[in-house]
Design a binder for this molecule. Structure first.
Ligand code: SAH
Ligand code: SF4
Length: 422
């Protein structure tokens, strides 16, 4: 099935099993209206459930106090539940990053990451974050060593005292991943199943609840960059976007979806009116290297992907981000930087360099700090805004490409504390 999913692109969605229904979370107003009508209720009841799910972010039907008790009981008896993922493990990094193991109704688990103060990846994209994070620079040496003694003073609590808080939540779209990128730990899991829209958006609600986030007051960025390939679970991913925008209240301009390059997904995405910003995991400067590290390139090569990306109508001040994982000796040399510049010439592009995060059983090397610095300088000199993504939560295996349903025994440095206790 793994190969099938890659072969057919987003059409393979139907082939990946979905969990049984019963969860209200993830349904939009039209669907809730149908559910409530089925229970003999008027449309205003659907609006009450909608507000309870997404504005109040209730965790159980008992908390939906706008509904009469008899109706709540009727709904429970009919098998309806809120259906938020359950946070079953929590790990906290010295840099403030938190990684959660989220359990779905059928017992499958994915990981979700909370990064107070963002991941540095939003900088330079024309958003206000670019200005706010000006003192959040990271140099090449720090990115490679992942210096964890430099704890950011502006933590969530301190920001709260100033009456302003911001954070980035990284969410998963699938249990595992079918795209066999050679440098990524998630790839080792293979694909187990797609997440539903409710399970994708539900990760956000669970994390917001944990931190007592008030939407509208606190600034939350979302990145679809956790486990899985969002464009191989396209319809659920897009439904989760609608729920997050219309229900939870995160503007789509504060969301970024990252794809490894699923051509039919990019083409469908280009036609969406409400959509996140796009990040393409370029990761190589030519097809030969990319085929080696991302075998999916054999299906859709760099040329085809860039053509599809160029066809996306961009909003004012919108950029496309190109992620580039630097693998020592593989794709991090000056000739590669020159090729990247040639590929991106003329595009509203910015580049996020990600120093490869090591994982057990993956035979790559981190780049030399000097090579990272040269790579960045060359792209900048060529006119491409280029940032080095700060490695977040590397000590707890929460950084890019390190998500794989880690359990405590596998990661000795991991601090696992009961979900609500931290
Ligand atoms: N599947 C999507 C989104 C999740 S991966 C995608 O591939 O784009 C998010 C980012 O992490 C991608 O840019 C990917 O190239 C990068 N990544 C994967 N493994 C990594 C690793 N070990 N170190 C650093 N970045 C990694
Ligand atoms: Fe999947 Fe992204 Fe990892 Fe590739 S990098 S295996 S697409 S999660």
């Amino acid at each position: 099935m793994t190969m099938e999913a890659i072969k057919t692109g987003i059409d393979a969605e139907a082939a990946i099993p979905m969990p049984p229904g019963g969860a209200l979370f993830g349904l939009g107003l039209p669907e809730l209206t149908v559910v409530m009508a089925g229970l003999g209720q008027k449309p205003y009841r659907a609006r009450q459930v909608f507000d309870a799910l997404y504005k109040q972010r209730v965790a159980s039907l008992d908390e939906v106090t706008t509904l009469p008790i008899a109706l709540r009981e009727q709904m429970q008896a009919a098998g309806w539940q809120i259906g938020l993922p359950e946070m079953v493990q929590t790990a906290k990094s010295v840099d403030g990053t938190e990684r959660y193991l989220m359990r779905m109704a059928d017992g499958e688990t994915v990981e979700t990451v909370w990064m107070p103060d963002g991941d540095g990846g939003e900088r330079g994209d024309g958003s206000e974050a670019a200005v706010e994070e000006s003192n959040d620079r990271v140099d090449a040496a720090e990115a490679v060593t992942g210096q964890l003694n430099k704890i950011d003073k502006r933590n969530w609590g301190a920001l709260a005292e100033q009456g302003f808080r911001r954070a980035t939540i990284c969410i998963s779209s699938q249990v595992g991943c079918a795209v066999n990128c050679q440098f990524c730990l998630t790839a080792k899991l293979g694909i187990r199943r797609n997440l539903t829209a409710g399970e994708i958006a539900g990760q956000v609600a669970a994390v917001l609840n944990r931190h007592g986030v008030k939407m509208g007051k606190d600034r939350i960025n979302l990145v679809f960059m956790g486990m899985g390939e969002p464009f191989l679970n396209y319809s659920s991913f897009m439904q989760s976007v609608r729920v997050l925008v219309e229900g939870i209240g995160v503007p789509e301009s504060r969301m970024t979806v990252s794809t490894s390059g699923i051509l039919p997904g990019i083409e469908a995405f280009a036609k969406e009116t409400v959509r996140p910003k796009l990040a393409l995991s370029l990761n190589a400067s030519n097809d030969v290297v990319r085929e080696r590290i991302m075998p999916i390139t054999r299906k859709w090569n760099i040329g085809k992907l860039l053509e599809a990306v160029k066809a996306i109508p961009l909003r004012t001040r919108e950029w496309v981000t190109f992620e580039y994982v630097l693998l020592g000796g593989v794709n991090d040399q000056p000739e590669h930087a020159r090729e990247v510049l040639a590929l991106l010439r003329g595009m509203a592009a910015k580049v996020n360099l990600i120093v490869w995060n090591p994982g057990p059983g993956i035979d790559y090397h981190q780049p030399e700090p000097a090579d990272v610095a040269v790579f960045q300088k060359m792209l900048m000199a060529g006119g491409i805004p280029t940032y080095i993504r700060r490695p977040r939560g590397r000590d707890i295996y929460a950084a890019c490409g390190q998500l794989k349903r880690t359990v405590a025994e596998e990661s000795p440095k991991l601090v696992v504390i009961g979900a609500a206790v931290l």
